[in-house]
Design a protein around this ligand. Sequence first.
Ligand code: FES
Length: 131
Amino acid sequence: MPADPTPPAVPAVPLCPSDALADGGDAHVFDLLEHGQPVRAFVLRHDGRVVGYLNRCAHVPAEMDWQPGKFLDDSGRWILCSIHGAAYDPASGHCVAGPCAGRRLRALRVDEHAGQVHWYPEDYLRPAFES
Ligand code: FES
């Protein structure tokens, strides 16, 4: 019988306290592994809900923040890529304007409970440091 290529389930990874993410404010940036390669990701709060994405623009695979953790425009309405200005809807990750309009960010499975924001690893997205 062939080995199951699916890696074993990994428990939820606590990222930061819920109150560390102000609505429309800075993101919490963290490291993970995609197919074993280090990448950065972020979570932020938009319209009261926590969302998470890989920190990788859909135009060119580059990190998007203006400064560490700063992804949103002044209005807090859009995620803006600092390189060529692509604008993404924080709720969906869809690019609504810019050179990659119609494409989207890679979403992460995140939630918050008990005052903590969690990320749920999946198939090829794994914690940077597994115990
Ligand atoms: S790299 Fe993000 S818009 Fe070009």
